[in-house]
Design a protein around this ligand. Structure first.
Ligand code: SF4
Length: 235
């Protein structure tokens, strides 16, 4: 289900099986449908980590929708060595700069055949020069057991970085509070309107039930937002 900021009014529903890919797909469907049907452009999508995959973040950033979503990040290390976050990305020159100021490159020579060069697709591997790392005073912190430090860069790393940068903003903090409000709304749908268990069968039945429940929820909300005018008592 999709809600409008602040008021908690549901503006679209889409029934799916409860698997991550289907839920992510239904979110895309709803975002596009709301845009086409109501001409409403979504400024930001607030969601949990399940939506923080590279392709989903890229899809959002492409449509100028700010992803207020925790990024799924597997670049963390559990051997105590410093992570990719310590390296600075230089997009113009397609390389990382390590804290000692050295370059980690994907390719160190120019290929005459363009098909052999960087493709920008898939996971790319960036390496420091072996002789530079061997002579580096920080080697123990970066690659104690390897000749040189390597780091990977995912295909949708730019979009993931957009989400990481947004996660440091004040607006993101507000979004996380709003997310709790929306989750309360869904809890209410389950507990009070009995949506925890569906009565109709199949995806169409589920969609009908969601639609009716969302309508009832919205009417309840709208009654609170626009209370009925008080009738004056007759003298
Ligand atoms: S070990 Fe290599 S990559 Fe790491 S800081 Fe030293 S020179 Fe840079």
């Amino acid at each position: 289900m999709r809600c409008v900021r602040g008021y908690g009014v549901i503006i679209d529903v889409e029934a799916t099986r409860s698997i991550r890919q289907a839920e992510v797909g239904s979110t895309k469907t709803m975002l596009d449908r709301v845009k086409n049907r109501f001409d409403l452009h979504t400024e930001r999508l607030i969601a949990d980590t399940a939506y923080g995959t590279g392709p989903m973040l890229d899809w959002l950033v492409d449509r100028i929708i700010a992803p207020h979503i925790p990024v799924i990040d597997k670049s963390g290390r559990n051997d105590g060595t410093w992570t990719r976050a310590e390296f600075e990305w230089d997009a113009e020159n397609d390389h990382y700069i390590c804290p000692e100021g050295h370059e980690l490159k994907q390719f160190r020579r120019n290929y005459s055949d363009p098909n052999r060069g960087p493709t920008g697709k898939g996971t790319a591997l960036y390496r420091a020069l072996k002789e530079v790392c061997q002579a580096c005073p920080s080697k123990a912190n970066f690659c104690p057991n390897a000749d040189a430090r390597k780091i990977t860069r995912e295909e949708h790393e730019d979009a993931r970085q957009v989400a990481r940068d947004l996660a440091k903003t004040k607006q993101y903090e507000i979004s996380m509070k709003l997310r709790k409000k929306v989750e309360m709304l869904f809890a209410h749908l389950k507990r009070i309107l009995g949506l925890g268990r569906l009565r109709l069968r199949g995806p169409c039945g589920a969609n009908d039930e969601f639609l009716l429940a969302a309508t009832a929820q919205n009417l309840r909300k709208l009654a609170k937002i626009f209370p009925a005018p008080q009738q004056k008592r007759k003298a």
